[in-house]
Design a protein around this ligand. Structure first.
Ligand code: IMP
Ligand code: MG
Length: 174
């Protein structure tokens, strides 16, 4: 049944085409190095699954659990680590994988937290970038799509834990 609160913003085909491009670009930039991909849970899980396949070569998959929202549609700015990395990243080429950058507070916090652990490289990729609401000066190394200031769901992004399984990105109209 169609859900009239949702309108498609980015189609499944467009997402997949962009992920292929990002993967090729990231692999070219890192050369033949092993890349430690650090997915920020839960929102990045679908993007990460497709991106690591598009990157190819030697990749490790690690996860960071973060909670910055508490069920609503506004970021609280308080970043809570619910699951830390299980291994040191010192000397490794790392790529933080996020679903969306909104205020930038989450990724800014994570970048500072991980950079003190001595990775050889620490880059950031986000599927979506919403620069209109940025509160910190943060530009990702790679971004899939720049989107307007709308609340979006799908392809890993949720509203109260729903909609993560949509294969496309939709604007949610309350
Ligand atoms: P930031 O700290 O404001 O940059 O927000 C980052 C986190 O807020 C993201 O990782 C998402 O989990 C969540 N978020 C921000 N905007 C949206 C949205 O439009 N839809 C769903 N989640 C969002
Ligand atoms: Mg997130």
């Amino acid at each position: 049944m169609p859900d009239n609160r949702l309108s498609t913003l980015i189609s499944e085909e467009a997402i997949q085409a962009r992920i292929s491009e990002l993967g090729a670009q990231i692999r070219a930039d890192f050369g033949s190095e092993t890349i430690t991909c650090i997915g920020v849970l839960k929102g990045s899980f679908l993007f990460m699954a497709d991106l690591v396949r598009a990157i190819g070569g030697d990749v490790r998959c690690e996860f960071l659990g973060v909670s910055s929202y508490h069920g609503g549609t506004r970021s609280t700015g308080v970043v809570q680590i619910t699951q830390d990395l299980r291994f040191p990243i010192e000397g490794q080429h790392c790529l933080i994988i996020e679903d969306i950058i909104d205020t930038g507070l989450t990724l800014d916090y994570l970048h500072r937290m991980l950079s003190v652990r001595g990775p050889k490289t620490l880059k950031m990729v986000t599927l979506l970038d919403k620069p209109a609401r940025r509160e910190v000066d943060l530009t990702p190394d790679y971004a899939g799509f720049t989107i307007p200031d709308e609340f979006v769901v799908g392809f890993g992004l949720d509203l109260g834990e729903l909609y993560r399984n949509l294969p496309y990105i939709a604007v949610y109209h309350p």
